[in-house]
Design a protein around this ligand. Structure first.
Ligand code: MTE
Ligand code: MO
Length: 199
């Protein structure tokens, strides 16, 4: 009961409840990129679902934007310890993207233009937990933040949200991506503080 009333009376305590351990709040939106920002013209852009052997689905920008999209508001948590609450986005749910895909795979590798990649269990991409996002706070997503489109998996640390995403490869077994090979946690749950490999 005490916890419930604190949540309603104090701005600070309701915000604290949204802040994973070891994180601090920021209102700006830092840019974190491991390399140069790729510029992908929309007429060259494509997004594919593959299984390591075949391309199962392919969208160009026009057909991707014809998919039903949704707006959503989520909190972002970066492993470098900043969190940004209540960000609003528009994107296509991975539920929509994967609806027509039949697979026995349990894992996915998201690939980006510019060669970044990051692994996510397939069950973390479905059930309204992940999107291919193309608008941020009502504006087209800027190249610095991953435009034309980025993966957004906000319940995991933000390195899992591949900017400039160009496709997802479905995998039978888990494999580390870019940061995961360099010592970051294979899964990356901010609420369990899974920052580094052995956390
Ligand atoms: N393609 C690509 N995606 C990426 C990265 C990157 O270097 N390349 N950095 C990741 C990391 S570590 C973070 S914290 C977020 C940062 O997103 P932002 O620059 O929009 O804040 O993007 C993630 N996605
Ligand atoms: Mo990050």
């Amino acid at each position: 009961m005490g916890t419930i009333s604190r949540g309603f009376t104090g701005r600070r305590s309701s915000t604290d409840a949204k802040l994973p351990p070891g994180q601090y709040l920021t209102t700006d939106f830092p840019v974190l990129s491991a390399g140069p920002t790729p510029r992908v013209p929309l007429d060259k852009w494509e997004f594919t679902i593959a299984d390591g052997k075949d391309v199962l689905q392919r969208w160009d920008w026009k057909s991707f934007r014809e998919l039903p999209s949704e707006t959503f508001t989520v909190d972002l948590h970066c492993v470098t310890r900043w969190s940004k609450l209540g960000t609003s986005w528009e994107g296509v749910s991975l539920d929509t993207i994967l609806a027509g895909v039949k697979t026995n795979a349990s894992y996915a590798m998201a690939h980006s233009y510019g060669d970044y990649m990051t692994n996510v269990p397939l069950k973390d991409l479905t059930n309204k937990q992940a999107w291919i996002a193309f608008r941020f706070e009502g504006e087209d997503l800027t190249p610095e933040h991953g435009g034309p489109a980025r993966l957004l998996v906000p319940h995991l640390y933000l390195w899992k949200s591949a900017k400039w995403v160009r496709g997802i490869t479905l995998m039978r077994s888990d494999k580390p991506g870019f940061w995961e090979s360099l010592g970051y946690h294979i899964y990356g749950d901010p609420w369990r503080e899974q920052r580094y490999t052995d956390d």
